[in-house]
Design a protein around this ligand. Structure first.
Ligand SMILES: [Fe+2]
Length: 618
């Protein structure tokens, strides 16, 4: 009998359900359910992701040592009941929906699991890891650090919204917590909602909007909404928020403070939203930096591990990095609740079973570039293409393929790029990406309008060879997970005054976004910042070699990298998803490993536009 310890972690029922599996502490697989069901942010019990994880680990469900859930339903239930008791009748809508989501579903995790895989593992029961412990574990255990300060910044999970901890070897200790309703994540979400974006996904847009504005509302925020102490601990003034009593994040008093009703989704974005975005961004950064200083003192550690939804704020992460409070920062790429599945598995291994953690060597993490999802073999892709008689060129030589693709990119072609295992976490990192030449001034609008079917005030992200990052950006560290924002270097910038441009264009962001701000305009934001991904040979060879070939041909080592999907669609998972996205958009060339498909050679598809209705606006 094998002594290998396989542990399955699950997150579900709130948003972004996911499953992850580890074997003796090594990450074997992790994936979000949305990629299989094609429903964005799918919160349902992740049957497909679980089955994928078992398949990838090459085991039967009976081989599982344990099944671990990322949350503690009873603690969450406790918070909701106490909250509702405090507020009384007005909280009934919250109470009713919570009744459904917590009692109706969360307590049935065991039943769902048994139904899905016929077992609860060798322990015979589900282990509940705890929300913040799962987040903390997801950032510490896979990190390259033997010991580290651990900071989890979230909306809410059970009671805690912010957790300060310390990890050493196989142990994690929680040092301090800030509890609901005081939450940095919920504060940011309140502004997301007020500015007309979707809570739990539009936060990224609000962050992208901030560089257009001025932080003119910072004083109002500090005077009325949040009280922050020198150590970064904070309290929200709950009079201004709607989430205690209903399902909205803001309330009438909040609207009064900022003089107006929330912006209607999809309506014109005005100067006010830009300034609000800039203001809440500044406040978030200031609090994060204060907490970081405090936890540095508290733990004495030079290393920081970050997780929780707020850790996806890569602008704030970039500011934190630049402060050099810590020598090293590692951020879990699936920082939101999906990553909780991975963390939960580690909690069981190290804190429940008390297994020791292998000593860290070198500075590599054990996240495998976060390429933890399904991959497809040459035989599988070939069989798929042949079955449908889709014309392709199959390359026996990678070098020949890269040379051809580099030329196509240089001539302005846009590639759907499908290589190796799918990414775990919200960002595309060259496993399932759409890529183009970052030097082209029209690349940004072309990608937005012809592929994403949206207009956007946000530029795309650059993918750069790891060793070249300092040649293009003011960054001297790796950013393999696109979680750090840093400025484009001065010598690459063009003389553009965004402030004046905005004024001339009556604050119309879409009018100014396409102006070239640097020699890599498609990835340069209005404040000259860029959301960087460093590309590494050891984790994504095909992408790395393509970038190298492109640089050899053009002298430029930067490509635009955006997620392989259309607006509102989950990122593609299979060759079939990729082909469908390729044919529905104006992507010129589809790369499926060593197969290359050219658009003009493909059979015509039914030009039925109804498919766009399938995806909800994000
Ligand atoms: Fe969370």
């Amino acid at each position: 009998m094998s002594s290998d310890k396989y542990i399955l972690g699950i997150s579900a029922f709130y948003h972004d359900a996911a499953a992850a599996i580890i074997k003796n502490g090594e990450i074997i697989a992790a994936a979000q359910e949305e990629r299989f069901t094609r429903v964005k942010h799918d919160p349902r019990f992740p049957v497909n992701a679980i089955n994928y994880c078992l398949e990838e680990a090459f085991i039967e469900a009976d081989d599982l040592e344990a099944v671990v859930f990322y949350d503690h339903p009873l603690l969450t239930w406790d918070r909701i009941v106490k909250n509702c008791a405090m507020i009384g009748e007005e909280s009934y809508p919250t109470f009713n929906s919570a009744l459904k989501s917590v009692l109706g579903i969360k307590l049935w995790v065991e039943e769902y699991t048994t139904k899905a895989i016929g077992t609860l593992g060798k322990t015979g029961k589900i282990i509940f890891a705890g929300h913040h412990m799962s987040h903390a574990a997801s950032s510490f255990y896979p990190s390259p650090f033997e010991e580290a300060a651990i900071l989890s910044l979230d909306g809410v999970g059970e009671w805690s919204t912010t957790t300060l901890g310390y990890g050493k070897g196989s142990d994690i200790k929680v040092l301090k917590e800030i509890n609901y309703p005081h939450s940095l994540g919920l504060l940011y979400s309140a502004f997301t909602y007020y500015c007309g974006f979707k809570v739990n996904s539009g936060e990224y847009k609000l962050m992208g909007l901030a560089p257009y504005g001025k932080p003119t509302y910072v004083k109002e925020i500090y005077d009325h909404l949040i009280d922050v102490k020198a150590d970064g601990s904070f309290r929200l003034n709950t009079d201004y928020f709607g989430y205690l009593k209903g399902d909205k994040t803001t309330n009438a008093k909040f609207h009064e403070l900022f003089k107006g009703e929330p912006r209607k989704p999809e309506s014109k974005i005005t100067r006010k939203e830009m300034d609000l975005a800039a203001s809440i961004q500044v406040v978030t950064e200031e609090i994060m930096i204060k907490i970081a200083r405090h936890i540095r003192e508290l733990t004495g550690s030079k290393n920081l591990c970050l997780s929780g939804g707020v850790a996806l704020n890569c602008v704030a992460n970039g500011k934190l990095e630049a402060q050099k409070i810590f020598d090293n920062i590692w951020i879990q790429p699936a920082a939101g609740d999906a990553g909780g599945a991975l963390g939960a598995a580690f909690v069981a291994l190290h804190l429940y079973f008390k297994e020791s953690r292998a000593p860290r060597t070198g500075n590599k993490d054990s996240q495998h570039g976060t390429y933890l999802g399904p991959a497809f073999s040459e035989a599988e892709i070939g069989a798929f293409l042949d079955r449908h008689e889709y014309p392709y060129t199959k390359f026996e030589s990678d070098a020949d393929q890269h040379t051809l693709l580099a030329k196509e990119l240089d001539s302005g072609k846009i590639l759907g790029f499908f290589s190796g295992r799918m990414e775990f976490g919200p960002r595309s990192l060259g496993g399932r990406s759409i890529i183009g030449d970052a030097r082209k001034t029209d690349m940004q609008s072309k990608m937005n309008l012809k592929i994403k079917y949206r207009e956007s005030f946000r530029p795309f992200a650059p993918a750069v060879l790891a060793e070249d990052v300092s040649a293009y950006f003011k960054l001297d560290t790796e950013s393999p997970y696109m979680l750090l924002v840093a400025p484009v270097k001065e010598n690459l910038r063009t003389n553009v005054n965004s402030e004046e441009q905005l004024k001339e264009n009556n604050d119309d962001m879409l009018g100014v976004i396409n102006q070239a701000r640097s020699t890599i305009p498609a990835v340069t934001h209005v404040d000259f910042s860029a959301r960087i991904q460093t590309v590494h040979l050891d984790t994504n060879k095909r992408f790395y070699e393509l970038l190298t070939a492109f640089k050899a041909l053009t002298g430029s080592g930067v490509l635009v990298n955006t997620s392989f999907n259309v607006r509102g669609e989950p990122i593609v998972c299979t060759p079939k998803d990729a082909y469908q996205c390729f044919m529905r958009t104006e992507i010129d060339i589809l790369v499926l490993e060593n197969f290359v498909l050219f658009k003009p050679l493909q059979p015509k598809i039914d030009n039925d536009e109804n498919w766009k209705q399938q995806y909800e606006l994000d």
